[in-house]
Each structure stands twice: as structure tokens, then as C-alpha cells.
Write a protein that binds this ligand. Structure first.
Ligand SMILES: [Zn+2]
Length: 125
């Protein structure tokens, strides 16, 4: 599995096989993660406050995801700012949990080195 697929599918950065988040998804606890990877034992919170940096990634992703459509609608289609804002708020609401998880996934993939296939990981091309 390549790194992009691993990030987007929320896999462990160490083995790219174990899942980063507990299933099933719960709205009351969207960032529910196991303490360690069930496959390679990689710690998913290596130090207290580890995911503080993910906040900046989340900010950047949100800015791109919300600003680009708003500018396209206002400048390209001559929409009013209020009308474009309604669309942007809807996009933000729909993508909120996805961005939260994605930013954590990107952050841990930046900080944890890929160690190759751990014992028992499925064979992939
Ligand atoms: Zn792992």
C-alpha cells in the first residue's frame, strides 16, 4: 500500500495495515483511536499532545476546501458572498469529520516512519 492510500484510508503509518481509528464511526467520539496498532504495535499517540500539530493541517485543509469553492462561486459565477457562504458552510458541515480524521492521519504519517510489512499483514501489490 502506498503512503497516499494509507493516509486516505486511515491506516497505521508503521505497517500501513492496521486501522488508525476504531470502527464503527461514532459521532459522539469521532477521533476514537486504539492505543496501539493491532498489527505492529505502533503507538498511536507517541507523546502527550501529539496531535496538536494536526490542528494546523486541519486548518490548511479547511482553508483550501472552503476558500477555493467560495472564490470560484463569487468571482467565476458572480454569486453574492452570502449565497456562496451558504454553500461553503454546507461543504464544511459535510466534510468536518473527514477533515478531522484526515489531518490526524497526515500528521502521524509525517511523524512515524514506515517500517515495512509487519508479521501477519496482508500481501498487497
Ligand atoms: Zn501498524
Amino acid at each position: 500500500m502506498n503512503i497516499l492510500k494509507s493516509i486516505l484510508q486511515y491506516h497505521c503509518p508503521g505497517c500501513r495495515s492496521g486501522k488508525l481509528f476504531n470502527e464503527p464511526f461514532e459521532f459522539s467520539n469521532p477521533l476514537d483511536m486504539p492505543e496501539r496498532c493491532p498489527n505492529c504495535q505502533q503507538h498511536f499517540e507517541p507523546e502527550p499532545g501529539f496531535y496538536f500539530g494536526a490542528m494546523f493541517i486541519s486548518y490548511g485543509l479547511s482553508a483550501i476546501l472552503l476558500l477555493v469553492p467560495a472564490l470560484i462561486l463569487v468571482l467565476g459565477y458572480d454569486w453574492s458572498a452570502t449565497r456562496a457562504m451558504l454553500v461553503v458552510v454546507a461543504i464544511g458541515a459535510i466534510s468536518f469529520f473527514r477533515i478531522l480524521r484526515l489531518s490526524r492521519s497526515i500528521w502521524i504519517h509525517i511523524n512515524v516512519k514506515y517500517e515495512g510489512k509487519a508479521f501477519g499483514s496482508p500481501e498487497e501489490v
